[in-house]
Write a protein that binds this ligand. Sequence first.
Ligand code: AMP
Length: 575
Amino acid sequence: MTTSHIRPSAAGTVGWPPEMVRRYVAAGYWDGQTLTAPVVAAAAATPEAVALVDGAVRFSYHELAARVDGAALRLRGLGLRPDDRVLVQLPNGWEFIVLTLACLRLGVIPVLALTPHRHHEMSYLAEHAEVRAIAVPARFRGFDHRGMAHDIARAVPTVQRVLVSAGEPDIGAVGATADRAAAVDVDLRALCRPADDVPAARTLLDAAAPDSRAVALMVLSGGTTGLPKLIARTHDDYGCHARRTAEISQFGRDTVYLAVLPMAHSMSLGMLLATLRSGGRVIVASSPAPVTALGLVERERVTATAVVPAIAQSWLNHQEADPRHDLRSVRLLLVGGARLPDQVAERMVPTLTRNLQQGYGMAEGLVCLTRIGDPDDVTTRSQGRPICADDEIILVDEDGRRVPPGEPGVLLTRGPCTPRGYYRAAEHNACAFVGDGWLWTGDIVRIRDDGNVVVEGRDKDMINRGGEKVSAEEVENLAYQVDGVGFAAAVAMPDPDLGELVCLYVVPRDGARVTLADVRSVMESAGVARFKWPERLELVGALPRTNIGKIDKKALRSEVAARLAAEVDRSTPAP
Ligand code: AMP
């Protein structure tokens, strides 16, 4: 087995300046605890309480903690050491929770990929984070993740292990991938068995707890660059996020949280950790489909959940058409990740919940939330205010000048949950962070007199497809690999269900014939996550340009929106 050298994670991170560190510690934002310490404490306080429900699996806190410790020690037995990275690509389920907590407990850094990611994204993440292991389901939604993980392991010398969770029946896959195996397969479910000697494991792991200032995990930016950037979050800063989320959402032992969104998303992971640190119960939803999710809400008496607007809208439509599910247990419904239209927000109370909570934030750190008890005008028309009093926000115009109060501008932020740079991305950091460590979010917002943020648009080249972020640049780079593409521009087009979809404008070269199928087939061959594939192709003779010669994306967005509206008009029969 190779033991390729991997550099320490700290080498690629940008820390906070010492005076900020002192300030955040003194103010109690950074409490010096690891992310798992409060979960371990909850397990000690209420060992018999149910921590986790995933289909037929029901773990008490005692069992969860015993499994986390068991997995942590077995990871160590496999040679994984604090600061080593593991690429985790697991669907929502108990294995994700146990493995992620085990990594955090040991100080191993989980790098959280999404299940739709394919070779294109996964190989880059494995290489960039220099991961020692990859955790995947054998198959998921018909795709052979194990085979992909082995292909990556062959190409990326740091990868020594592939941790595989059985999941869907693996017919044929074992034979098909065994030949390609470069790394050693580890049965993830066996790895996640309870520790053989629970008290001894606990003592050992408590004594070896990582430093709270160390990198705890890496999440992906919903960025605008060729491939997603990695954001290294420390125990202290992510702990602050989880703790403030729990406090603001009034989580406690009676919280029953339905995990619907992919747990690898920062908003979802934050809620998960907020629940477990509060001694509450996590219910894993296998699908956000209304019948499945709302059925679980009713059966498990769910009190809180977090969704993107597209899911909220589908639940609302379902419940309004047929209010068969009793949702009275839902005390809090967090909606974020994309803009919730005010009119939809107004319909949500009381049909879906007693309290609508809107959220705006990013994996880079800043989180804004409305508060329980806020007036309806705040919860239905704003995306909330920062979770920490020391989150700093300023709004600037195109020239970087502060805008007058009440006017929209691009939001820049710094704070105790917002690291000062992406992981190993010095060049990109030079433009993504401006002045003295201000993160340029590219979101255009307005701040109301009451301090709540209203998201009005964005000044960044990204498409928000139902909460999944697609970088226009990444799509364009891939489009240029299609024969006959002269110029390409990816823009958002409106969609009634997902909010936005990817539309690709192409200027063909020398009258070449380019089809949507050509573009999609190139993306498929390159192993690109499906949610990034364009849904519409517009062939044009030239692309509009701004007066400084840049492609005028605003004009393209308006044009495709107008075309879609005209198509709807034409297909609607006259009264
Ligand atoms: P992610 O890091 O994937 O959560 O993506 C963060 C980005 O999602 C933000 O920079 C915004 O562009 C967008 N976003 C998050 N929440 C909202 C919201 N409530 N309204 C509009 N856009 C949002």
